[in-house]
Design a protein around this ligand. Structure first.
Ligand code: RBF
Length: 161
């Protein structure tokens, strides 16, 4: 099965002047940790200084949109605005409609946050039918999409500055 990444990037983006937030849910811990590591490693590879990568957690994916807004506002108030935020969550379908409601609400609200906060908010949420699908997309057997989210954050934060 092919699992696609970002493809070839048009240029190498320099993240050395950026401050990036990673806000992750704690549900599905092992998969989340691998995605966060993938994103973090890519950010540092692209020059973002470790002290300028802010990592915070919230309980579950449902909390990601509000948490992202709060994190953004907190760093604005501190005079250290974040140039992009990567909310990371892993939603795995269960036997009720819970999955569908959370996926729909969270993805729409993350999209809206891009415009409300006027900064890139990356879609770092896996919406998977099985645990195995999520593992395959988190570098636990397949490609780590966290790395793509790190690269997207640096590209989006520098391209339109
Ligand atoms: N949060 C996740 O990040 N991923 C999940 O797969 C997930 N599944 C859930 C399933 C059920 C039945 C419930 C009640 C919550 C689940 N959550 C999940 C937590 C949810 O995002 C949120 O943290 C809680 O509902 C508290 O608002």
């Amino acid at each position: 099965m092919a699992i696609h990444g970002l493809g070839e990037v048009d240029q190498q983006y320099d993240g050395s002047e950026l401050r990036i937030g990673i806000l992750h849910a704690r549900w599905n811990k092992e998969i989340i940790e691998s995605l966060v590591k993938g994103a973090h490693d890519k950010l540092t590879e692209l020059g973002v200084k470790p002290e300028n990568i802010i990592v915070e957690s919230i309980p579950g994916s449902f909390e990601l949109p509000f948490g992202t807004k709060q994190l953004s506002e907190k760093y604005e108030k501190l005079g250290k605005p974040l140039d992009a935020i990567i909310p990371i969550g892993v939603l795995i379908k269960g036997s009720t409609m819970h999955f569908e409601y959370i996926c729909d609400a969270v993805s729409k609200q993350i999209m809206t946050l891009n415009f409300d906060l006027n900064k890139p908010i990356i879609f770092g949420v896996l919406t998977c039918l099985t645990d195995e699908q999520a593992r395959q997309r988190a570098g636990l057997g397949g490609h780590n999409h966290g790395a793509d989210w790190g690269a997207a954050a640096v590209e989006m934060a520098t391209k339109f500055r």
